[in-house]
Design a protein around this ligand. Structure first.
Ligand code: NAD
Ligand code: UDP
Length: 343
């Protein structure tokens, strides 16, 4: 069944089982900022399939029309090219606020714009939530924990962030976005949800975004060496994108503000990841070691007890299975696109 045909009820609107038969006005109107990006395009697909009316808003800085091309045929999907740094007037019920470059090379490219996007963009979308009384979900990040001194990271940990380093535009931008969200809730009674996303991977990751999973997979498939930055002892915990989407929707439709960590707690060193990618994509690929970037967090692993105990969410897809699920998409795109930064 295609999008629009299998709507399941929303917690907040339990009568919406036969989406197709409902007048358009009764649909849940969801705004997805950053909807043409990696995560946003998967979220838009999920919401369109659920039968919601989805408005994808994006300035196409790191997102692409290609990511949402499969949705354009559905009458419950529309796209607006717009920059969240500027206000916009729309009528919506839920705002999933994702718009923000997420990979280090993209957010470092124009750090002041990254900060404007995080601060002004979030303020504008909270203003929209205030006017429409929409529920607002912020996609924050594990980067708010910086180079963490607590391991694994619980939501009560305040973090160890360098406020003036090269990553600060993103880390501090997201921290102030969280502050804004909580202040709008306290001051204006907006229904706010905050999710701290840990490293996520899957089909439609930009080939040139420099993140480790997309780099290693593209490198292995092209027969190039896998580039480990530093000695490869730093750790990350990788979640497959479909697990994240279920987490985002669970938090949005659930009763609690959060913040909630949403990630897969199984931790890997970058050397372990490189070996796994080799194994599933190209056993002949070499591994090379390069100088690491500044302020690279040494370890990262979410404690997900809070979301598991309160909302019953936990990830389902193991890293090896998730990598296998993205290989075909990467192979296909590598025929037409050059991953300029990845190789
Ligand atoms: P992405 O770069 O693929 O998507 C971001 C989208 O936002 C792109 O489509 C981009 O064009 C759009 N955008 C950027 N600035 C904008 C602006 N000023 N106005 C309008 N649109 C703008 O990144 P992603 O991985 O899909 O990340 C989505 C969200 O999830 C981000 O907020 C990111 O911080 C958060 N997040 C992602 C991860 C991850 O591992 N993917 C981890 C932590 C947090
Ligand atoms: N990394 C790497 N090789 C690459 C790209 C990244 O070893 O080709 C490392 C990077 O130094 C970091 C980890 O992989 O320790 C995750 O990097 P990514 O940019 O994917 O995400 P983040 O640092 O934001 O977690």
């Amino acid at each position: 069944s295609g999008p629009g045909s299998n709507g399941t009820p929303l917690q907040t609107r339990p009568s919406q089982t036969k989406i197709k038969a409902k007048p358009r006005i009764e649909r849940n109107r969801c705004l997805v900022t950053g909807g043409a990006g990696f995560v946003g395009s998967h979220l838009c697909t999920y919401l369109v399939e659920r039968g919601d009316h989805v408005i994808c808003l994006d300035n196409l800085f790191t997102g692409s029309k290609q990511n949402i091309a499969h949705l354009l045929q559905y009458e419950n999907f529309e796209v607006i090219r717009h920059d969240v740094v500027n206000p916009i007037l729309l009528e919506v019920d839920q705002i999933f606020h994702l718009a923000c470059p997420a990979s280090p090379i993209h957010y470092k490219y124009n750090p002041i714009k990254t900060l404007k996007t995080s601060f002004l963009g979030t303020m504008n979308m909270l203003g929209l939530a205030k006017r429409t009384r929409a529920r607002f979900l912020l996609t924050s990040t594990s980067e708010v924990y910086g180079d963490p001194l607590e391991h694994p990271q619980t939501e009560s940990y305040w973090g160890n962030v360098n406020p003036i380093g090269e990553r600060s535009c993103y880390d501090e931008g997201k921290r102030v976005a969280e502050t804004l969200a909580f202040d709008y809730q306290r001051e204006h009674g907006i229904e706010v949800r905050v999710v701290r996303i840990f490293n996520t991977y899957g089909p439609r990751m930009a080939l040139d975004d420099g993140r480790v999973v997309s780099n290693f997979l593209a490198q292995a498939l092209e027969g190039h060496p896998l580039t480990i930055y530093g000695e490869g002892n730093q750790t990350r915990s990788f979640q497959y994108v479909s697990d994240l989407i279920k987490g985002l929707v669970t938090v949005m439709d659930g009763p609690e503000t959060g913040p909630f960590n949403v990630g897969n707690p199984t931790e890997f060193t970058m050397l372990e990841l490189a070996k796994l990618v080799k194994e599933v994509a190209n056993p002949d690929a070499e591994i090379v070691f390069q100088e690491n970037t500044a302020d690279d967090p040494a370890k990262r692993k979410p404690d997900i007890s809070k979301i598991k105990n309160t909302l019953g969410w936990e990830p389902k897809i193991a890293l090896r299975d998730g990598l296998l699920l993205m290989i075909d998409d990467f192979k296909e795109r590598l025929k037409h696109e050059r991953p300029v930064n990845a190789l």
